[in-house]
Design a protein around this ligand. Structure first.
Ligand code: ATP
Length: 301
């Protein structure tokens, strides 16, 4: 999360994430799943601009900064209370009893229904940005409490660490300090997948499966070994629901990447590359194959 002031607006760059490891631990009595996941922010960002308004309204405008090839229309992103940015703003007002207004401009680059955490990252940016703009003075602990009400991944984006092991529903964070960054190529088909639907079709992973091998290899800078430890327990159910994901897995099986898998509940699919040059070359092949969303990116440091 990066912050800067321009005139009277606070500008926040909200990163996307990839899940390098995701184990389904168990289904909980409340219907949610306990997971054990390693998430990394990547250098693909939505941008949010917050400015104070003269009234008590929260006004959100959304702009798309994506290729027309994606076929996404701005109308698919809600601007009312269904948008997590508006929900975060309302939650801050409810929690503090204050009723300031704000104009928020959201520039979207992160695809939705992709497993890249776009909405959650925007929500974390809104909690941090409006806490500062409105001078509310809430502590990080208080913001984390509000984050949990907005979604399981929001705490990760609030936490400020670029890579973390997250457990519980994903809201219990253990920040990881990893030396190397990883280079990725990410492709997403036009179709998205609903997160609740994928979880409905998943089964708990084998007991004992752990991200420790991945973390240990990455800590030593052994990137190729780390890439061999990728895992995502949501990939099998997502493949059973989406032919497009099966197609991506088959394409990546034939590419010379160090490792590959679905991110979160999809439909974004990524490969770990030797370097940026290789990621650019593979991106060209994926664009020629007709994928509307292709990113060359790396983990943030
Ligand atoms: P995750 O990786 O957390 O599963 P996701 O890939 O499902 O996230 P989101 O960007 O959270 O993607 O979008 C899922 C849905 O949430 C969208 O289809 C949209 O209706 C709604 N939504 C709410 N707030 C936002 C937001 N700020 N940006 C985009 N979509 C949002």
């Amino acid at each position: 999360m990066f912050f800067r002031w321009s005139d009277r607006a606070l500008i926040v760059d909200a990163p996307a994430k990839l899940n390098l490891f995701l184990r389904i631990v168990r289904k909980r009595p409340d219907g949610f799943h306990d997971i054990d996941t390693v998430m990394s922010t990547i250098n693909l960002f939505d941008t949010l601009e917050f400015s104070a308004s003269n009234d008590n309204e929260i006004r959100l405008t959304v702009e798309l900064a994506v290729s027309p090839m994606t076929g996404v229309s701005v109308d698919t992103i809600p601007t009312g209370p269904e948008n997590l940015v508006v929900r975060a703003a309302e939650l801050l007002r409810l929690h503090t009893g204050a009723t300031p207004g704000a104009d928020v401009r959201l520039i979207k680059r992160i695809p939705s229904a992709a497993g890249m955490g776009g909405g959650s990252s925007d929500a974390a940016a809104a909690l941090l940005g409006l806490n500062a703009l409105w001078g509310l003075g809430l502590s990080t602990g208080e913001l984390v409490g509000l984050a949990a009400q907005l979604g399981s991944d929001v705490a990760f984006f609030l936490g400020g660490s670029t890579t973390a092991r997250c457990t519980g529903r994903g809201e219990i964070l253990e920040p990881l300090n990893l030396p190397e960054f990883l280079h990725f190529v990410v492709a997403k088909p036009q179709a998205g997948l609903s997160t609740p639907l994928v979880y409905k079709h998943c089964r708990p992973d084998t007991e004992g499966l752990s991200p420790e091998g991945l973390i240990a290899a990455w800590s030593r800078g052994a990137v190729a070994e780390a890439a061999r430890c990728l895992h995502n327990g949501l990939q099998a159910p997502a493949e059973s629901l989406s032919e497009a994901i099966r197609g991506l897995r088959e394409i990546f099986d034939r590419l010379p990447v160090l490792g590959h898998q679905l991110s979160g509940s999809g439909t974004a699919y990524f490969g770990v590359c030797h370097n940026r040059g290789q990621a650019l070359q593979i991106a060209g092949r994926l664009r020629s194959a007709g994928y509307p969303w292709v990113f060359v990116t790396r983990s943030c440091t």
